[in-house]
Design a protein around this ligand. Structure first.
Ligand code: GAL
Length: 416
């Protein structure tokens, strides 16, 4: 009871303050950055805005990868109560822009020269119909391995560079009684591993054909079957309690010397840093074996929902703050990602961050940069979710690899 009363009191105080301090220069931000590392990074943004006198109304929706956040967003918009700003990925931005829901940020984009510093691969999602509709805050990539250095050293395991070496390493860890693969059985996490496994198994052209072009032959191929077979192998190296576990709890298993590897995007690094761990001393970061030259990327962007004809001053200020070079450095150092802008120096980044920036530039240069299927950068949500269903069913043994391949072909066809 008391807590209910105090909630009302707090709510009233918040309301009163926003009324008395004239048209509350607040932004309401819907996001899914609720893990320790994510929240630490978000704080960098909150503080940055605070310094400019812009208040932050937090609208967190827990759930890695943003699936739940996107459901809440749909409900909010449907009820005519869209948040001011929303964290979004790839094709979700395009989908909302198509509906005419996003504010046009061209004025701030041209004043700040975004065209010159945001790479094409991101502009594809930040712009719709020639208009800027989102401000990219980072570039993450999904084909990483996060490894416990002590476990590998103790067992005499060298950093695996091929699938066979990875399997041998996982076997060694399992025999030692530790967990080889820290994993959380949630569809988006299964799909995150599949991103890397498909790239490693089929190579970049196959990834492009299957996941981006949705080529039926590639989706239904023996190569895809082999990728599913490899998922079964990985499944045999996770612990008994993997089902439903959040990704950051899986990271914690590697951090706490319980597990050797996590196959996860570089937001995992945020958890290691938050726990006081150091790259190369406590943990290793390397590309999933067989994908050393490739980068499967996703970029968190902030889209502003229309509040009137033009974006509000607060929305413009938020967009500008997100794109400032010093902010992009400070934020991404904590988040585990790399800057969305190409002109931010790597000076403040640790070894993994520096590698991330180098890999990204090299992959972009050599035609090895691909939108992540698992994180909404290969196809719209309808196709992504159809793929999730099949990948998760196969990972949990509901389909054998042969059936999974057939299901993938028909699910993707239906979803288009
Ligand atoms: C990704 C997002 C990251 C990270 C991750 C886990 O989709 O791009 O910023 O938050 O989900 O929640």
């Amino acid at each position: 009871m008391r807590s209910t009363i105090s909630k009302y009191v707090t709510a009233f105080a918040v309301l009163a303050s926003s009324v008395s301090f004239a048209q509350a220069a607040d932004v309401e931000v819907l996001h899914w950055w609720t893990s320790g590392g994510e929240a630490a990074a978000l704080n960098v943004l909150k503080k940055d805005l605070e310094e400019q006198g812009i208040g932050w109304q937090d609208m967190p929706v827990a759930g890695g990868g943003g699936t739940q956040a996107m459901t809440v967003l749909r409900a909010r918009v449907t009820s005519g109560n869209a948040p001011t700003a929303v964290q979004m990925l790839g094709f979700d931005i395009t989908d909302w822009a198509k509906e005419g829901a996003l504010a046009n940020l061209n004025e701030v984009a041209s004043a700040e020269g975004w065209d010159k510093v945001v790479p094409e691969a991101l502009q594809k999602f930040s712009k719709y119909d020639g208009q800027w509709v989102a401000a990219p805050v980072n570039v993450h990539s999904t084909n990483w391995v996060w490894a416990n250095k002590k476990i590998l050293d103790d067992l005499g395991i060298a950093q695996p560079t091929t699938w066979d070496e990875l399997v041998a390493a996982m076997e060694k860890v399992k025999e030692s009684g530790k967990t080889a693969v820290a994993h959380g059985g949630q569809p988006w996490q299964d799909a995150t591993i599949f991103d890397a496994v498909v790239m490693a198994t089929g190579g970049p052209e196959f990834y492009q054909k299957a996941f981006i072009d949705l080529d039926k032959e590639a989706l239904g191929s023996d190569t895809m079957k082999e990728a599913f077979d490899r998922m079964t192998v990985i499944r045999s190296f996770v612990d008994d309690n993997f089902s439903g576990r959040d990704w950051n709890l899986a990271s914690a298993m590697v951090i706490n010397d319980e597990a050797a590897f996590q196959f996860m995007g570089d937001w995992a690094k945020g958890e290691f840093l938050k726990a006081g761990k150091k790259p190369d001393e406590d943990f290793l970061c390397f590309r999933f074996p067989g994908t050393q030259k490739q980068v499967t990327f996703n970029s968190d962007q902030f889209a502003m929902f229309k509040q009137g004809d033009k974006p509000s001053e607060e929305q413009k200020a938020l967009a500008k703050a997100i794109m400032s070079p010093s902010f992009q450095s400070a934020f991404n150092v904590v988040k585990g990602s790399v800057p969305a802008r190409t002109d931010v120096p790597d000076t403040d980044f640790d070894a993994c961050g520096k590698k991330g920036m180098k890999d990204l530039a090299a992959a972009s240069e050599s035609g090895n940069l691909f939108g992540s299927m698992a994180h909404g950068h290969a196809n719209p949500a309808s196709v992504k979710n159809a793929m999730y269903d099949v990948i998760t069913a196969q990972f949990n043994g509901e389909y054998d690899s042969e059936t999974a391949v057939q299901e993938l072909v028909s699910a993707v066809e239906l979803a288009q």
